[in-house]
Write a protein that binds this ligand. Structure first.
Ligand code: PMT
Length: 400
């Protein structure tokens, strides 16, 4: 995990005399360029104040699961999703027991249980508490869950006793984090991805739609998130699950997708993989009835907004805008025309065929990357492999 500029760190401060050391840790992390958010538990707030924590973090200090304000502005899910790394320092024996047992009765434990991010635990407690078999069993469990431990160390304790259980020094914690960090190429960048079909209602029961499953767009959102980007996925109706760690917004129509995309801007990257219906219809308030005389209903179509073009020409245009081109003929020529017409930096062109060979719904895709320099054939591979290759391509372009 990277520990570098714009690294997002969520620091959980639980109750213990060593909580004062967490203030110095915040200072070191901030000096290194990290964005630090903090959760202060009820116990932690007996030792340090939310005011000193938020002043050092230069961010609000979160304390209460039940605070409507905190939940509205920054829910526990978002606190966890928007972090690259969670550090618990100091971690009390009680907090270790709670997370080992999967409890979720306050903001810290709920955020941890809902988290998909790496967790580093810095314990601090009396040596008898540390050596207690119950604590040791909890630590074994937490290591098995994949959590990392820093410390504790041996020494004199605040209670006057001597032994193992002192919280590691802030500089040692920082050095350990720094040494074990590996670059997270898209950390600190925001990305917007569209995926799936749109449904354009004709009446309360019928709609115009298409066969997009969302597999390609969702795979891209997941790969971006894995590379450290903060991803918002705007998805049409699909039957696949939301990608882990991705803020997913569900919409139905092209107009709703446009509105959600505009609300998500500004972002650094936008990728439009959705199969947006080019036309919608005037919606009938009531179900269109079959006529006795056999006359067919006349559907008045209206053009839908071009979402990709709207993003690529927006005043808050992302630095990198990537579109798809789904073509049934003249793939290269039509995709190159779309690159210019939609003001994109890159287009992934795929030939859509019908029946068993259709890219819609399939696990595989055959794409060509088209940019100002020409076209590259990426071959027919799994949609997840295309997503990984696209993310590698994005990494090269954001480095420039
Ligand atoms: O979802 P899957 O089953 O995995 O299938 C993947 C896919 C075939 C849907 C995907 O690979 C793909 O090709 N997506 C784009 C489909 C499409 O609508 O292509 P298009 O050539 O009509 O549109 C060109 C680009 O403009 C696309 O980036 C599209 O998202 C965007 N667009 C189109 C129309 C519109 N009104 N608004 C848009 O943003």
């Amino acid at each position: 995990m990277a520990l570098s500029k714009q690294q997002n760190i969520l620091l959980i401060i639980s109750g213990g005399i060593a909580a004062y050391k967490s203030l110095e840790l915040i200072r070191l992390l901030k000096k290194d360029g990290a964005n630090v958010r903090a959760i202060l538990t009820k116990g932690g707030s007996q030792f340090v104040t939310p005011l000193s924590v938020s002043a050092l973090c230069e961010n609000e200090c979160f304390t209460d699961l039940w605070s409507l304000k905190d939940e509205t502005e920054m829910g526990h899910i978002r606190l966890s999703r928007e972090a690259d790394l969670i550090i618990i320092a100091p971690a009390s024996a009680d907090l270790l027991a709670k997370i080992a047992g999967g409890h979720a009765d306050d903001l810290a434990t709920t955020t941890l249980l809902a988290s998909d991010k790496p967790v580093t635990i810095v314990p601090a407690m009396n040596h008898m508490m540390w050596n207690n078999p119950a604590t040791q069993a909890n630590i074994t469990k937490l290591r098995e869950y994949g959590h990392t431990f820093i410390g504790p160390t041996e020494g004199d304790m605040a209670c006057g006793e001597h032994g193992m259980g002192r919280m590691s020094e802030p500089q040692d914690i920082f050095d350990h984090l720094k040494k074990n960090s590996k670059p997270n190429p898209l950390s600190g960048l925001k990305a917007l991805v569209t995926s799936g079909p749109t449904y354009e209602p004709l009446d309360p029961v019928r709609f115009i739609g298409n066969r997009s499953s969302g597999k390609q767009g969702h795979a891209i959102a997941a790969a971006l998130s894995k590379a450290g980007a903060n991803v918002t996925l705007i998805s049409g109706p699909v039957s696949i699950p939301n990608p882990k760690g991705v803020h997913t917004i569900h919409i139905e129509t092209a107009a709703e997708m446009l509105e959600a995309c505009q609300n998500a801007l500004p972002t650094d990257i936008a990728i439009c993989a959705a199969a947006v219906a080019d036309w919608g219809a005037e919606t009938n308030a009531h179900k269109i009835k079959k006529r006795e005389d056999g006359a067919l209903p006349v559907l008045a179509l209206k053009e839908n907004p071009d979402i990709l073009r709207a993003i690529a020409t927006h005043k808050k245009r992302p630095n990198l805008v990537i579109g798809f081109a789904a073509e049934t003929e003249n793939l290269a020529a039509n995709a190159t025309a779309k690159l210019a017409k939609k003001n994109c930096d890159l287009v992934l062109a795929n030939l859509v065929q019908s029946g068993a060979e259709s890219v819609f719904g399939s696990d595989q895709n055959h794409v060509y990357l088209i940019d100002a320099n020409g076209s590259q054939d990426w071959g027919k591979v799994d949609k997840k492999a295309i997503a990984a290759r696209l993310v590698a391509e994005i990494e090269k372009r954001v480095e420039k």
